[in-house]
Design a protein around this ligand. Structure first.
Ligand code: 13P
Length: 252
């Protein structure tokens, strides 16, 4: 049985004061932290204050990115070790905005996955096709390529979360159908089985325009274990409803 995960990717939103206000409002509602791994991925500037605010609450702290070197002359970068020292336990690697806006390659993503694991962080590896790739019938091939490239050289019992986020569904209000999302999640799990002994235990999330009103259809899918949520996670009430939806799925 895989524990569901509900993950808030705040992207470049919220000052540290706004993040603390969110934490106060969200914690007041008693989120279902024993049944669901609830994770918040704030911008770097809010990690330190949130690590204090979330301490011993059961809500996990994540980072949206990291660099693959451990220290040194890399202006503007942050290492996995620095994140772990602040209480971060998950790190998003290979988000489509980093791939497509910031030009991150499969090779860089592979190095980051390796470095995250070496720092004791659990990577949340994002994969997903563009609209052009889907329309060309290449969605499955793209996702398999991204997965294999990111996990190249790794094996054994990998602590890993994979998020399937079709690029065309991110921030657009369009979602994959539940059948398409399940098909891609099953493909990902099948591919993972040839890489890691932990494939059956690996959580696979869906991401892309997830809202409290549509999350249930993804959570019901056999191979989908939660969601990675952008826009809707900025509101504590919406994120609470999303977390509760994951809890009700956990009890089925
Ligand atoms: P939206 O939920 O805003 O579509 O963003 C999805 C996403 O990119 C999460 O990482």
């Amino acid at each position: 049985m895989r524990k569901p995960m509900m993950a808030a990717n705040w992207k470049m939103n919220k000052t540290s004061e706004e993040a603390l206000q969110f934490a106060r409002d969200f914690l007041r509602m008693s989120p279902p932290v024993s049944e669901v791994d609830v994770v918040i991925f704030p911008p770097f500037t809010a990690i330190y204050p949130l690590s204090r605010a979330l301490d011993k609450t059961g809500v996990h702290l994540g980072a949206q990115n990291m660099y693959y070197e451990t220290c040194g002359a890399f202006t503007g970068e942050i290492s996995g070790g620095m994140l772990a020292a602040e209480g971060v336990t998950y790190v998003i690697i290979g988000h489509s905005e980093r791939r497509h806006i910031l030009g991150e390659s499969d090779a860089v993503i592979a190095k980051k996955i390796q470095a995250a694991l070496e720092s004791g962080l659990t990577p949340v590896l994002c994969v997903g096709e563009t609209l052009q790739e889907r329309e060309a019938g290449d969605a499955a091939a793209v996702v398999v390529r991204q997965l294999k490239a990111a996990l190249w050289g790794l094996g054994g019992d990998l602590p890993l979360v994979v998020a399937y986020e079709p690029v065309w569904a991110i921030g657009t209000g369009k979602t994959a159908s539940d059948a398409d999302a399940q098909e891609m999640a099953a493909l990902i799990r099948n591919e993972l089985a040839s890489i890691t002994t932990a494939a059956e235990r690996t959580r696979i999330l869906y991401g892309g325009s997830v809202k409290p009103d549509n999350v249930a259809m993804f959570l019901q899918a056999r191979d989908i274990d939660g969601a990675l949520v952008g826009g809707a996670s900025l509101d504590p009430h919406a994120f609470y409803r999303l977390s509760m939806a994951a809890k009700s799925q956990a009890s089925i």
